[in-house]
Structures are given as structure tokens and as C-alpha cells.
Design a protein around this ligand. Structure first.
Ligand code: SAH
Length: 224
């Protein structure tokens, strides 16, 4: 590694430490594993070239095709609500940059990540492979129908919003599983967490107000 490169890595690490302390821990995220993983994963490698220094700011960033990588705090909050454990098989809908999948992959066994825009799926697949995330499989498809080949899932996490939770996603959740999704109108939503109990009953709790890009597909908004 060149000297300037070592300096760069060091300053990115400092930015990550500050991000976790000021934006995430300070707002009440207490799960130590989530905080550790967010300190470790180089978020600047998941944003477009030229944006790397903005990667640790307290906001979402554009990643092309009209989509965004979520704000760091929201990634941490969704991961905490998902409660991934080391044996879990997780379905991630809306791969985008692949950053959320990367974070969750460090806390679960295997991730199936679905993205509808082929260019974003291809870039994320390539990036995740190069960065060594061997337990993430990126699939180009409409995630509103879930992904039947590997169902049921211990956790399902959706990074795009709709007025209700697509029914097939609830079907593909294992008893004992958790689903996290922004639910609401197109300009503001709330994070919802659904737990499927052992007897199949669904228990829903409502969390922070959020603003996500639309979920587009067969069981959500139509493609404009
Ligand atoms: N988790 C991502 C956030 C990306 S934004 C990250 O960490 O970067 C949400 C993504 O959901 C967009 O890339 C969008 O194309 C995708 N999306 C929207 N509707 C979808 C659907 N029906 N199936 C799969 N992906 C979808």
C-alpha cells in the first residue's frame, strides 16, 4: 500500500468511528454487533466514485438510476429491528448499492438480495464479489413476489416503500421470523416490523418516520 493510501484508509476509519458515535449510537442504537459491523464496513466503497468523502455524512446519497443508498442511521435501525443471528437465511429486497446486504451479511449465515434494475444488480454483484462477501447472492428480479427458490426466510428486509406489505413476503417468512419494511404513502412512511409467531400469527410494531424510494412491481406501485 502507498503512503497516501494508508492515510486515506486511516481517515475513512476515523469518519466511520464518528458516524457510528454521532449518528447511530447517539440516536439510541444499542446493539453492539450492529455498531461493530457499521464501524468495520467501508461504506465509501458502496457509493459512486467521487462521492467517497460524502459516504459518512448523515444522509442518503444517489447511486444512479434515480435510487439512493440509505442514510447510515436508517441502515443501523433496520438491521437492529431485523435481529439477524449467525444461522439466519435473510431475504433482502432492493439491493441498490449492496451496502445494507453487506452489513446484514456479517450478522447472518446467508443473504439472498433481490434488485429489479439490472444495471444496479450487476454493479452490486460485482462489488460484493470483489469485496469478499461470499455469502450474498444477488438476483435480478421483482422482489414483491419474494424469492420462492430459497423460502422460507428467517428475516426479510425491504429498502423500498409501499402502502402495504406484499402478501407473498409474509408467506415466505418462517414462523419465528422478522420482516422490516417502510410502509405508508409515497412521500412519508414508517418503518414497520412484523414478527411471525410460532403459530403463524403476525405481530406488527410501528417505528421511526422515514422516506424511501418506491417499491415497484407486481404487488406494489406500477412502473411509471
Ligand atoms: N439497500 C439499498 C437501498 C437501495 S434503494 C442500499 O443499501 O443501497 C432501494 C432499491 O430498491 C432500489 O435500487 C430499487 O431499484 C429497488 N427496488 C424497488 N422495487 C423493487 C422490487 N420490486 N424488487 C427489487 N428491488 C426493487
Amino acid at each position: 500500500m502507498e503512503d497516501w493510501d494508508i492515510d486515506h484508509q486511516r481517515s475513512f476509519r476515523h469518519m466511520r468511528e464518528a458516524m457510528v458515535a454521532d449518528q447511530i449510537a447517539a440516536r439510541g442504537i444499542a446493539n453492539r454487533d450492529v455498531l461493530r459491523v457499521m464501524r468495520e464496513i467501508p461504506r465509501h466503497r458502496f457509493v459512486p466514485p467521487g462521492q467517497s468523502t460524502a459516504a459518512y455524512e448523515d444522509r442518503p446519497l444517489p447511486i444512479g438510476n434515480g435510487q439512493t443508498i440509505s442514510q447510515p442511521y436508517i441502515v443501523a435501525l433496520m438491521t437492529e429491528l431485523l435481529e439477524p443471528t449467525p444461522d439466519d437465511l435473510i431475504l433482502d429486497i432492493g439491493t441498490g448499492s449492496g451496502y445494507l446486504a453487506a452489513v446484514v451479511s456479517r450478522l447472518a449465515n446467508r443473504i439472498i438480495s433481490v434488485e429489479r434494475i439490472p444495471h444496479l444488480a450487476d454493479c452490486a454483484r460485482h462489488r460484493l464479489q470483489c469485496e469478499g462477501y461470499g455469502n450474498i447472492e444477488v438476483v435480478t428480479a421483482d422482489g414483491t413476489i419474494g424469492y420462492a427458490p430459497h423460502a422460507p426466510y428467517d428475516g426479510i428486509i425491504i429498502s423500498a416503500a409501499y402502502q402495504s406489505i406484499p402478501p407473498l413476503l409474509l408467506e415466505q417468512l418462517r414462523p419465528g421470523g422478522r420482516l422490516v419494511m417502510p410502509v405508508g404513502a409515497d412521500d412519508e412512511q414508517r418503518l414497520h416490523k412484523v414478527q411471525k409467531l410460532a403459530d403463524g400469527t403476525l405481530q406488527t410494531t410501528c417505528h421511526s418516520p422515514v422516506r424511501f424510494v418506491p417499491l415497484i412491481g407486481r404487488y406494489a406501485w406500477a412502473d411509471a
